[in-house]
Ligand binder design. Structure first.
Ligand SMILES: NC(=O)c1ccc[n+]([C@@H]2O[C@H](COP(=O)([O-])OP(=O)(O)OC[C@H]3O[C@@H](n4cnc5c(N)ncnc54)[C@H](O)[C@@H]3O)[C@@H](O)[C@H]2O)c1
Ligand SMILES: [Zn+2]
Ligand SMILES: [Zn+2]
Length: 357
């Protein structure tokens, strides 16, 4: 095996260094992976630019990246489900497996979950990475490494649509057309929702959403909450019973409640102002439910099946590609607002695997 384990390490805000690290050894139940593609997420960009997200601070050097795929190069003892050469999508959060939440299957809210690239747990912008085999999901030959990396944001969307009770022939409102809003749009469509209205304040993103099949893409910039809700009610045949908030903007939460159907559900995916003011009286009168979303639990198999079957096609979301040695440039591009999804090709060849790259 090559000695090269080039790794991008964040020391502090805007101080990202490429350095060699020892290649780790897989323990019991673990596999050593050669990392393929890593998608940059808003949280990675926030750690890189500000040295923190809302909740977590980079205090010791941290490797970023949690949306990724790779190839198994070595199996630790006790691994029977994978073999060297298998390409996999990696579910980045590994829970304790024994607490009450884990036992009930809601392992996403496990107190002791170790999530890649969340301090102090290192992420995947490194050539070699060790991970438990049962959090690695085999990719079919027809699925590219980039699509494997996109399973992570897709899992957020699958979980959100499930918890929002998205259903066949029912209107859906998605607030925010960033990567998460866009994958939610595609997932809701794949689940038969119709029509779908998506909002944003960025016309480019709305244009993209239309290309991806949004029946209605509304620019809410400069609108009052009431005006936006009124426009949504004119666009949709009836109030949306499923509202998916993916912007984190104060006004979006309120518009979701104003526009949502009586008895409907709004899921809150966006992470915004913790002290946002909501029209609670209206929420009560409408008997709407607001449900939090924290990542996902047990959604990788469904997300992967949707990609493998072609039910969702996420390839257009990848707008920019860089090699690991260009990682600084990749972060600048992810931050400047022009990209939808920036991918970092970590394999040394840089040419990529799979049919679509
Ligand atoms: N709950 C979870 O587990 C989870 C997982 C991933 C991401 N997130 C959060 O979901 C949100 C979306 O993630 P993303 O990667 O797509 O982020 P993003 O920042 O790329 O996208 C947010 C979008 O919202 C738009 N926006 C801003 N103000 C708006 C407004 N007033 N109305 C409508 N749209 C508006 C922005 O223009 C942008 O297109 C973020 O807050 C992120 O932190 C949560
Ligand atoms: Zn992410
Ligand atoms: Zn647990």
């Amino acid at each position: 095996m090559s000695e090269d384990n080039l790794t991008a390490v964040l020391y502090k805000a805007q101080d990202l260094r490429l350095e060699q690290r020892p290649i780790p050894t897989p323990g019991h139940g673990e596999v050593l992976l050669r990392v393929g593609s890593v998608g940059l997420c808003g949280s990675d960009v926030s750690y890189w630019w500000r040295g923190r997200t809302a909740r977590h601070v980079v205090k010791t050097p941290l490797v970023l990246g949690h949306e990724f795929s790779g190839t198994v190069v070595q199996c630790g003892p006790g691994v029977h489900t994978l073999k060297p050469g298998d390409r996999v999508a990696i579910e980045p959060g590994v829970p304790c497996r024994v607490c009450e939440h884990c036992k009930k299957g809601r392992y996403n809210v496990c107190r002791d979950v170790k999530f890649c690239a969340t301090p102090p747990v290192d992420g995947s912008l490194t050539r070699y990475y060790v991970h438990p085999a049962d959090f690695c999901f085999k990719l079919d030959e027809g699925v590219s490494d980039e699509e494997g990396a996109l399973v992570e944001p897709l899992a957020v969307a699958v979980y959100s649509c499930q918890r929002a009770e998205v259903g066949v022939g029912r209107p859906v409102l998605v607030l925010g057309a960033g990567p998460i809003g866009l994958v939610s749009l595609l997932t809701a469509r794949a689940m038969g929702a119709s029509p779908i209205c998506i909002t944003d304040i960025n016309e480019e993103r709305l244009k993209f959403a239309r290309q991806l099949g949004a029946e209605h893409a509304l620019n809410v910039s400069g609108m009052s909450d009431k005006e936006a809700a009124r426009r949504i009610s004119q666009l949709l045949p009836r109030p949306p019973s499923s509202v998916i908030e993916c912007s984190g903007a104060d006004s979006s939460y309120r518009i979701g409640i104003l526009a949502g159907a009586k008895g409907g559900v709004m899921v809150t995916v966006g992470r915004g102002n913790p002290d946002v003011t909501l029209p609670v009286t209206l929420l009560t009168a409408k008997e709407m439910e607001v449900r939090g979303i924290f990542r996902y639990a047990n959604c990788y198999p469904a997300a992967l099946a949707m990609i493998t079957s072609g039910t969702v096609d996420l390839r257009a979301l990848v707008t920019h590609r860089f090699r690991l040695d260009q990682v600084d440039q990749a972060f600048h591009t992810a931050r400047d607002g022009t990209a939808i999804k920036v991918m970092v090709r970590v394999d040394r060849g840089g040419a990529g695997h799979g049919p679509t790259e």
